[in-house]
Design a protein around this ligand. Structure first.
Ligand SMILES: [Zn+2]
Ligand SMILES: [Zn+2]
Length: 256
């Protein structure tokens, strides 16, 4: 079974038909999903979803976009909320200098509290990075040196140097529907250069629906298109890639 390692099942887009969405995922071989927290103010909704479905896990965190509105939370608050058996990661966090919905200072501060929570709990970090390669590399390097942590660079669309640095410190790299987009040749070229034991797949739904569903609402069942594209890119068969990415997910995340 495939794991969708990053989706947002609490978003409005799924408010009327979440049961059907989860059923369709299962029918398409997607056995588990990790629904990712973006707002602490919505954490309870996320937890409710994770508690309702036995094959859905969740995280706790503040998206870089919300660093100004919600990012003043301390690592202690994140740690406290992470003490629930369904919470298996910290994030999503990171840096987004493409949209700059929050200042870079606030984004860095917010990111550092998440890293600290990950260092203290041992939970993997879910890292979002866009147009921020240089800063991201600096922070990952120096924080890892001061105290190791684990995690995943989600929806990877950054440069090769960041990918290799992340792999060097033990992080995983997750690919989304972006790898099915025509213009994403650079991302496909990077995927070929990564060790198979660090690869994950995700939808990032409701965003970024892969070809042939591009433009529609994305949902976990569509991760099959990302799987088949990634299998072609790295030249392994689809069943092997499913086994590899699912095993990787369970190595990184503790789903007991
Ligand atoms: Zn993200
Ligand atoms: Zn996300």
């Amino acid at each position: 079974m495939i794991v969708d390692s990053h989706c947002h099942l609490d978003f409005e887009d799924f408010s009327v038909d979440l049961d059907e969405v989860i059923d369709r995922a299962m029918e398409n071989g997607v056995g588990e999903m990790l629904t990712i927290c973006t707002h602490l103010s919505r954490f309870q909704n996320i937890l409710d979803i994770a508690e309702r479905y036995s094959n859905v896990w969740c995280t706790v965190g503040v998206h870089p976009h919300e660093s100004e509105s919600e990012g003043q939370k301390t690592a202690e608050r994140l740690i406290e909320l992470s003490r629930h058996p369904k919470v298996i990661g910290v994030g999503e966090t990171g840096l987004d200098y493409h949209y700059n919905h929050s200042s870079s200072e606030k984004q860095c501060q917010n990111f550092l509290s998440h890293i600290s929570a990950a260092q203290q709990t041992g939970l993997p970090l879910i890292i979002h990075s866009r147009n921020a390669d240089k800063n991201m590399i600096e922070i990952l390097e120096s924080e890892y040196k001061s105290c190791p942590f684990t995690g995943v660079m989600h929806c990877f669309s950054s440069g090769l140097e960041l990918a290799l640095k992340a792999v060097e410190i033990g992080l995983y790299i997750s690919f989304s529907g972006i790898i099915t987009f025509n213009k994403a040749q650079e991302v496909r070229d990077i995927a070929k250069q990564l060790p198979h034991n660090r690869l994950l797949v995700e939808t990032d739904s409701p965003f970024l629906a892969p070809v042939p569903n591009r433009g529609k609402r994305n949902e976990p069942s569509y991760v099959v298109h990302t799987v088949s594209q990634l299998a072609d890119i790295i030249n392994v068969n689809q069943t092997d890639l499913i086994n590899i990415t699912t095993a990787n997910f369970h190595t990184l995340f503790d789903t007991r």
